[in-house]
Design a protein around this ligand. Structure first.
Ligand SMILES: Cc1cc2nc3c(=O)[nH]c(=O)nc-3n(C[C@H](O)[C@H](O)[C@H](O)COP(=O)(O)OP(=O)(O)OC[C@H]3O[C@@H](n4cnc5c(N)ncnc54)[C@H](O)[C@@H]3O)c2cc1C
Length: 276
């Protein structure tokens, strides 16, 4: 869980408006020499924009050895959001080395991908790479404020839906409505964190997927559920590893600890699954 990652300085070569809420930023330049993809199709980098110290994570939509493409959701307010709204071409940003998490078992006969607009770049890349390598059939559900025309191939099996608000999501309800295919497969999902917590419970308790058959990641936190204090993941990770838990189980322990911290702070009671 080291936070020390190699960093690269990159120039913004181009900026392109993909849709009302989605901006493509293409990075390049000599600073990217030595940057190497992990080959994992949901890989992400930390992005630090000029004048900032904090990073935000973005999926590597593509890397061809000289140009690195990031597709950025522009929401209401935010450090990278506000930067990406402006004419950023020519500016220098810092990115960290990539990491990935997607782990499709060889035995998977189906692949389901679910996400909001922040998850769409990873979904598109996963779809592209799995289809090209002759992997299992892919079905997708995307919750986005606007359909991003041409972003996914015309023959992709995808259902688009609109979120109930800018800072809101009903992805958990969408997943609860899925009719699960027969046999072994793999489920990948990313979006607002409270929705992801509800989904992990649903997958474990109702669908009874083994932890190796899914990867569910919180990509951002809605304001209403922002945590009042950070929970140090280190002790939870070490305790989980010592107990022989999988990464998914450790993530679930970490989510539960964060929620306890939030409830202690607000005095709120109730089930974390009831957040829609
Ligand atoms: C592994 C990983 C990969 C990711 N890949 C991508 C990607 O490819 N493209 C992408 O756009 N994002 C991606 N994200 C999500 C992105 O890191 C967050 O949305 C991030 O918080 C945006 O930073 P910001 O500076 O714009 O807003 P922040 O300064 O972090 O937040 C400001 C406010 O905006 C709210 N907010 C944050 N994100 C959203 C959102 N998406 N919608 C509505 N409100 C929001 C917050 O609750 C907060 O109140 C990824 C996250 C992870 C963990």
């Amino acid at each position: 869980m080291s936070t020390k990652a190699r960093q690269y300085e990159a120039q913004v070569l181009r900026r392109e408006q993909l849709s009302a809420h989605f901006v493509r930023v293409v990075l390049g330049g000599a600073g990217l020499v030595g940057f190497e993809s992990t080959g994992i199709p949901d890989e992400w980098v930390g992005l630090i924009v000029p004048g900032q110290f904090q990073s935000r994570y973005y999926t590597v939509r593509s890397w061809d050895g000289s140009e690195l493409v990031l597709d950025i959701v522009v929401h209401d307010v935010g450090l990278v959001t506000e930067w990406a709204r402006t004419d950023v071409v020519g500016q220098t940003v810092t990115i960290t080395e990539p990491k990935g998490s997607f782990a499709l078992p060889d035995s998977a006969g189906w692949l389901l991908l679910v996400g909001d607009l922040t998850g769409l770049p990873a979904m598109a890349r996963i779809h592209e790479e799995i289809t090209a390598s002759g992997g299992p059939p892919v079905r997708m559900w995307v919750e986005a404020p606007d359909v991003v025309e041409g972003y996914l191939p015309a023959d992709a099996e995808v259902q688009w839906s609109t979120p109930p608000g800018d800072d809101a999501s009903v992805l958990a309800a969408i997943v609860e409505g899925i009719e699960w295919p027969e046999g072994e497969g793999y489920f990948w999902m990313a979006g607002e964190s409270s929705q992801m917590r509800a989904i992990r419970k649903h997958l474990m308790r109702e669908v009874k997927l083994p932890s190796t058959a899914y990867d569910v990641m919180g990509y951002w936190r809605g304001g209403a559920v922002r945590q009042p204090r950070a929970v140090d993941p280190g002790p939870i990770y070490r305790a989980g590893k010592a107990a022989g838990k999988t990464d998914q189980q450790i993530w679930a322990d970490y989510d539960a600890a964060q929620q306890r911290a939030a409830q202690e702070h607000t005095g709120a009671a109730g089930d974390e699954g009831a957040q829609q």
